[in-house]
Design a protein around this ligand. Structure first.
Ligand code: SF4
Length: 239
């Protein structure tokens, strides 16, 4: 029978070591969207980043914010007025609606300032846990795990969760990742997912946490076994 308390303790230790190694390798990993220090602009960037790259979002936001500098400017126009500025980043009609709807709600219900609590952020149109947690961690200096595609996938490969649902993954991770590193966890795994643990083919040979990852350990065991088999075959050939 699995001793859950022991298993959690083991995973907590594993998570701490992973954080140390990934910090050593990547240094301070940060959000790659611009305007991180401005909650409203980060919120807009995060809405635009759905099914789009941060790089593309960073290209289009300067012109968007030049035309609409603040929340009131977005609240007093229609979504159709916003659309031409965000057309190149996909599902732009929905995104324009979400951005304009969020601006209106912030003006009417939150005194013109982006709310800081997750419960309130989740009321804004187009804002799910991923965006809410991004704001809490990056714009407001709190701690929250952003479960994006890299974070979910690599956390599973490492053995920290078996789930595919982001809310369940977050629930598993908050039990084992030290709270002071919840925000770092998301950033570090994004950096790792872009450089080494890429979705198509994780490069376990180059991975700085290969010994700390369940998939990496399996990979090392297989490599060791096949080396032993080929050494045995060579000895057989000599006899
Ligand atoms: S060992 Fe392989 S699967 Fe595990 S994190 Fe590294 S690259 Fe990804």
């Amino acid at each position: 029978m699995v001793d859950f308390a022991k298993e959690i303790e083991r995973r907590q230790h594993q998570a701490k070591q992973v954080i140390t190694e990934l910090f050593n390798y990547y240094g301070e990993a940060v959000c790659t969207l611009n305007y991180v220090e401005d909650p409203w602009r980060l919120l807009v960037g995060a809405i635009l980043a759905a099914q789009c790259t941060d790089e593309r979002v960073n290209k289009i936001t300067p012109a968007l914010f030049e035309r609409f500098p603040g929340i009131p400017d977005f609240a007093e126009v229609t979504p159709q007025d916003i659309e031409p500025y965000i057309k190149s980043c996909g599902i732009f009609r929905n995104k324009a609606k979400a951005i304009q709807g969020s601006a209106v709600m912030i003006m009417h219900e939150f005194d013109g300032a982006v709310p800081q609590r997750q419960k309130e952020l989740l009321r804004l149109p187009g804002v799910g846990r991923k965006i809410a947690n991004l704001l809490i961690g990056d714009a407001f200096g709190g701690q929250a795990i952003v479960v994006d595609t890299h974070c979910g996938r690599i956390s599973r490969l490492m053995g920290f969760t078996e789930h595919k649902d982001a809310t369940k993954i977050e629930r598993d991770l908050v039990q084992v990742v030290p709270e002071e590193h919840w925000t770092d966890w998301g950033h570090l795994l994004v950096a790792h997912g872009r450089e080494i643990c890429v979705a198509r083919r994780p490069d376990c040979d180059r991975c700085p946490v290969v010994n700390l990852c369940d998939t990496g350990v399996e990979y090392l065991n297989r490599a060791e076994q096949s080396a032993a088999e080929s050494a045995a075959a060579q000895v057989g050939d000599l006899l």
